[in-house]
Design a protein around this ligand. Structure first.
Ligand code: T4K
Length: 365
């Protein structure tokens, strides 16, 4: 049997490097609650993401729920169903109503021409997603948000370190959330962060992630527990040292895929834009009129021990727990894409010979 290839593989530092980084935790016994590693990672990420305000979290999902709480959003939120379930769950779990907007066929991000029609007097925010690291039309979203006085929180879980028109994604909208999950370009095992424009959100977010505690005898608000611990932060400090090399390696994998799969009838690849510095997070392929459909390709790869993933199928407005609450027919392009897209294996250490093997299977089907 051929070697098993999964859709991704976590980037990790050499064991010695991590052990060195966590050694002092054995002396201090300070393992969590915003210790020195946490503080250091926040500072390093501020620099890397070129942002003034960042708050770390235990994961990307709670980062999103926390910024929603900090901004005190109410009513309806316009968002995309073509995303990981976290985006929609965060809105629903915050007591808000998601209103689903369709996506562009070209880059799978929210279709800005359809947003205004969905705005009502109950709309408080837009939560678009830079899906696969494809950056949304931020200029148009800004215009709409200003016109209707809406907040914009980007789900930038896939867009760590990316830039558009020279602007780091962390500076778009009112806030952005990032995921540092093991499967992401930059990981802290589990982890996440919020970056934001208004300084005063810092205090609120720090309270929300730590039970609302402001001092040994003072609890000023109703918070939960969403703190990144010192072992996670230490992993982040190590991984950040190598992030540019890792992205460069991913780029090579993507280039090989492109060499092999470009200009094939019925195969649509993710377009790289000139004004975007990509992080090469995912390699989505749309099988639209190809000799085999998405599910057949998926099965054929599986037979060969290669595990691609149907990110993002089903749409979040079509999953069991939301059945009959939303109408998937209202987002037809999202449905069309979700039925045809497959994300192929992509990680820094993926060998080019394995990329060739994957492409051969697809081409020779
Ligand atoms: N918003 C968006 C747009 C997101 O995509 C996500 C997360 C979030 C918000 C929420 O952020 P977090 O709260 O997760 O920080 C994975 C991830 O768990 C999830 O973080 C990610 N998006 C989503 C797109 O993918 P699964 O269920 O596909 O993961 P799993 O366990 O099947 O792993 C996929 C592959 O990754 C495995 O086949 C092998 C590899 N892997 C996995 C793990 C767990 C590793 O190499 N190492 C590992 O430790 O959800």
């Amino acid at each position: 049997m051929n070697k098993k290839i999964l859709v991704t593989k976590s980037s990790i530092p050499d064991l010695d490097e991590y052990v060195e980084e966590i050694k002092d935790l054995w002396e201090t016994r300070w393992l969590t609650n915003m210790g020195v590693k946490h503080q250091l990672l926040e500072e390093k990420l501020k620099e890397y993401l070129n942002t003034e305000n960042i708050t770390l979290f235990v994961n990307g999902h709670l980062a999103l729920e926390s910024i929603i709480q900090a901004m005190d959003l109410k009513g309806e939120v316009i968002t995309t169903p073509f995303t990981f379930i976290s985006t929609t769950h965060a809105i629903v779990r915050s007591g808000l109503t998601p209103v689903f907007c369709d996506i562009n066929y070209d880059d799978y991000t929210i279709d800005v021409s359809k947003i205004e029609d969905l705005i009502t007097e109950r709309t408080s925010a837009i939560i678009p997603v830079h899906v696969y690291g494809n950056i949304c039309d931020y200029q148009e979203i800004d215009k709409i948000a200003k016109k209707y006085d809406l907040k914009v929180i980007y789900d930038a879980a896939h867009a760590f370190g990316e830039k558009i028109d020279g602007i780091n994604v962390s500076n778009l909208g009112d806030a952005s959330i990032f995921s540092f999950h093991a499967t992401k370009v930059f990981n802290t095992i589990e982890g996440g962060a919020v970056t934001y424009k208004k300084n005063e959100l810092k205090e609120k977010l720090d309270q929300i992630k730590n039970f609302g505690i402001t001092g040994p005898e003072s609890i000023e608000s109703v918070g939960g527990n969403a703190k990144m611990n010192e072992f996670q932060a230490a992993m982040g400090i190590c991984n950040l040292r190598h992030i540019d090399d890792e992205i460069e390696k991913r780029k090579k994998v993507v280039e090989r895929y492109k060499e092999r799969l470009s200009d094939i009838k019925g195969i649509k690849l993710n377009e790289e834009k000139e004004n975007v510095k990509s992080n090469y997070a995912y390699f989505p392929v749309l099988f639209d009129g190809y000799e085999a459909n998405r599910d057949e390709i998926f099965e054929e790869l599986k037979k060969n021990n290669i595990f691609a993933r149907k990110y993002f199928y089903p749409l979040t407005n079509d999953v069991q727990c939301y059945k009959n609450q939303f109408n998937v027919e209202e987002t037809p392009t999202a449905k069309y894409v979700s039925d045809r897209i497959l994300t192929l294996p992509l990680y820094a250490d993926l060998e080019l010979s394995d990329v060739d093997r994957i492409c051969d299977i697809i081409i020779n089907i």
